[in-house]
Design a protein. Structure first.
Length: 196
């Protein structure tokens, strides 16, 4: 059993979607079976039924897509999804999978971050961009778009063989930030050797 697909972070007091997948070790057809999600106190938050056909490119993983209400406070939450296999027959037991997520204030503004190579001037794709708990990766044109609430953030970028200092960004409206990442000097094979 597995749970995936929750956004990071989840906007407080809204709703968010997750996927809950269940696969029988004996290859049983689980279509239509009930799964449910409970919070850390065991209170049932939502439920749904597994789909009619196995998830794409899997053998026997049946999936339910659930819409869940987000908590009203800003924190990290640990919930779990459960499957009552006993509803099928006595050979099936119950299963559960824990998952966690962080909530944050709903986004109010869009921040567009453009990352370029400081020497070549070309856009850098695949750069990890972080502003507090918000994360995104630049596309092939060097852009990452983040949706954020009003606040003051430290923007950091990370890509192998590049470096750029952190930048403070005040977010109180639509903002565009341009970052130049400096290529690191190539390391010689001798420097990479580890002596014992």
């Amino acid at each position: 059993m597995a749970v995936w697909g929750a956004p990071s972070p989840v906007a407080m007091e809204g709703s968010f979607d997750v996927k809950v997948g269940v696969k029988c070790s004996e290859g049983c057809r689980l279509a239509g079976q009930l799964v449910h999600v409970v919070d850390q106190d065991g209170f049932r938050i939502g439920e749904g039924r597994l789909g009619e056909v196995p998830w794409q490119e899997t053998q026997g993983l049946f999936v339910a897509e659930l819409s869940l209400p987000a908590p009203a406070s800003e924190d990290v939450f640990n919930w779990s999804a459960s499957f009552a296999g006993a509803e099928l027959d006595s050979s099936h037991g119950n299963a559960s999978a824990a998952f966690s997520f962080r909530t944050a204030r709903p986004p109010e503004h869009t921040v567009l971050v453009k990352v370029t190579d400081s020497e070549a001037g070309r856009p850098l794709g695949g750069v990890a961009v972080s502003m507090g708990i918000y994360r995104e990766t630049t596309n092939a044109r060097g852009f990452a778009k983040l949706e954020l609430p009003t606040d003051n953030y430290e923007l950091t970028v990370r890509k192998r063989d590049y470096e750029a200092p952190p930048t403070r960004v005040e977010v109180d409206g639509k903002t565009t930030v341009e970052i130049e990442a400096r290529p690191l000097p190539a390391t010689s094979p001798e420097e990479e050797q580890v002596w014992m």
